[in-house]
Design a protein. Structure first.
Length: 214
């Protein structure tokens, strides 16, 4: 057996390490691209979805309820009591109604983070607003930054690494306040009543006398 000098062995080891380090970014990028393509394929195959959600607000408050989605453009969040909120997207607008105060605020769907979940076709590989992707053994995290009706903010989507199912989204608004929504007991390809997504655009007057509407 031929014994190589220790200096030669160190040089060889350093060369191998350099090759591995040089190839690591390419391997990581390939894994990222593959994950995004698979997420696109999974999500774009979904027309309807039902499930339950838990929401954590910036102040640590916890609310929960049920939701229904009909793509493109439509979603309804039913908040359980004691919350009195009702959120509806009808394909054009998003309405946030407070049933107790009888008030309603309306924004263009295109200017809210919900549009990324409700678009007819999602392509995370081509969206210039995707600023960061992390692929871990259990979760894939996709960060999207955009100027919305609530100021510049960020939306982070969390997907299961194996199934590519959406598990959670986190929204950071222009003031840096974060709201997280986790979904579970999700069913896809289910019947959804189209009446769930109707917004009443008639102005309403709340207890304070404030009029809101389209």
């Amino acid at each position: 057996m031929i014994a190589f000098p220790r200096s030669a062995r160190r040089a060889a080891a350093a060369a191998v390490a350099a090759i591995v380090m040089a190839s690591a970014p390419a391997v990581a990028q390939e894994a990222t691209d593959t994950a995004l393509v698979e997420i696109n394929q999974y999500f774009n195959a979904i027309d309807t979805m039902r499930g339950e959600f838990v929401q954590f607000g910036p102040d640590g408050s916890r609310t929960q309820g049920r939701f229904a989605i009909s793509r493109p453009g439509k979603v309804r969040f039913f908040y359980d009591r004691p919350s009195t909120l009702d959120i509806i997207a009808d394909g054009t607008s998003v309405a946030v109604r407070d049933r107790r105060r009888n008030t309603q605020d309306i924004w263009p769907l295109s200017k809210t983070p919900l549009r990324f979940l409700l678009d007819n076709t999602i392509d995370l590989t081509a969206d210039a607003k995707v600023t960061d992707v992390e692929v871990a053994p259990d979760l894939i995290s996709v960060r999207i930054e955009e100027d919305t009706a609530f100021g510049e903010g960020a939306l982070t989507l969390l997907f299961d690494s194996q199934s590519k199912e959406l598990k959670q989204w986190n929204v950071v608004d222009g003031k840096g306040q974060e709201t997280s929504v986790s979904i579970y007991n999700v069913s896809t390809g289910v019947d959804v009543d189209k009446d769930l997504f109707e917004i009443d655009y008639q102005p309403v007057i709340g207890e304070s006398g404030r009029r809101s509407g389209r």
